[in-house]
Ligand binder design. Structure first.
Ligand SMILES: Cc1cc2nc3c(=O)[nH]c(=O)nc-3n(C[C@H](O)[C@H](O)[C@H](O)COP(=O)(O)O)c2cc1C
Length: 326
């Protein structure tokens, strides 16, 4: 019998599969289904400060005579915010009671004060860990990359210094120096780095000549950058890497583990194939381990990471040249 146990951010997982944050994990039933299907942990759907602000404005518009009573804003704002936070805290609470696997809360804020407020709240909520889903759209040409990175680092450091819960940050991969950013997070004391997030993207419907949403569920798994960066960074940092984006099958999970991931997150494939894809993937990993005489994940985790191979430049190759043949 192969042992699929792993440790991610100090959490003991029965296997490396984590259900990624999405509407699949925004209700207790989904979290329970994930556990029943064999997932080792769940990241809950993020709570978004921006969504709360949007709803505050909608609620305010519905208050009769608001224009005459500006003091309504504070009242409506605090009621709506409290309602949202209570609902999310209730989800964490009920999910924790319903399952035995770790439940990771996820927050996405825009203001520094909210990052801290939410992080503190969810630390007290009973969640096993916290994932920061932080993204700044770099569309303002007046702001330099260094200034944007400072915003990321300031929030990350403040949050890390404030809470003691295992903490991860889910990263975009559009940094000029991903390695530097990842190393900074690790040095700040982050326990996990989730590489990478895949964001909502707009598209154009050429029949209606209108802007529309890109396909939410990506049909194909584009995992190459996730794999490359997992391999490049896993041996360099103290924090655990959780690979994410483009992972659709056991083969790709095995690749991420060989590159040094401690765990992986699956989302689109669960939308496509259902929660039970987790048990199919774990069985296939077990069969592969047996075939290769690996009795536990520790036997092969990270053996193809850049730090551990004789020809480390292979992971850095980006140009189509004849040099450095594989
Ligand atoms: C419908 C949908 C909703 C999502 N919601 C969130 C979210 O609330 N927070 C978050 O951090 N990521 C969210 N994601 C991103 C996923 O967690 C994941 O990072 C992304 O889909 C890439 O992984 P995949 O290739 O396995 O789908 C969402 C993805 C989808 C498809």
């Amino acid at each position: 019998m192969q042992n699929l146990e792993t440790t991610y951010m100090g959490l003991k997982l029965k296997n490396p599969l984590i259900l990624g944050s999405s509407s699949l994990s925004d209700n207790v039933d989904g979290v329970k289904k994930a556990e029943d299907a064999g997932f080792a942990a769940v990241v809950l759907k993020s709570i978004f400060e921006e969504q709360i602000a949007f709803d505050v404005n909608a609620d305010i518009k519905s208050v009769d005579g608001f224009h005459a009573r500006n003091d309504y804003y504070d009242v409506v704002s605090s009621i709506t915010t409290e309602r949202y936070l209570d609902k999310y805290l209730d989800l964490v609470n009920k999910a924790k009671k319903a399952v035995n696997i770790p439940v990771i809360a996820s927050i996405n804020c825009t203001s520094e004060s909210a990052w801290l407020e939410y992080a503190k709240l969810f630390q007290e909520s009973g969640a096993d860990a916290l994932e920061l889903n932080y993204y700044i759209m770099p569309s303002n040409a007046k702001i330099t990359g260094a200034e944007i990175e400072k915003l990321y680092f300031d929030v990350a450091k403040l949050t890390r210094d404030t809470i003691s819960l295992p903490l991860s940050i889910k990263m975009p991969w559009h940094f000029t120096s991903i390695a530097n950013v990842v190393k900074n997070y690790s040095q700040m004391g982050f326990d996990g780095i989730v590489m990478f997030n895949h964001f909502f993207r707009p598209d154009i419907d050429i029949n209606k000549v209108k802007i529309c949403a890109d396909r939410l569920i990506q049909p194909k798994g584009e995992y190459s950058e996730t794999l490359r960066w997992t391999a490049l960074m896993s041996g360099e940092i103290k924090a655990d890497i959780c690979s994410s984006t483009g992972i659709r099958d056991s083969e790709t999970v095995i690749k991420m583990l060989l590159a040094g991931a401690k765990a992986v997150q699956l989302t689109s494939v669960v939308y496509k194939e259902g929660y039970t894809v987790a048990s199919k993937i774990t069985k296939e990993i077990e069969a592969w381990m047996k075939e290769h005489n690996y009795s536990s994940i520790k036997d092969f985790d990270g053996i193809l990471a850049q730090e551990r191979i004789a020809d480390p430049e292979k992971w850095e190759r980006a140009q189509y040249m004849k040099a450095n043949r594989f």
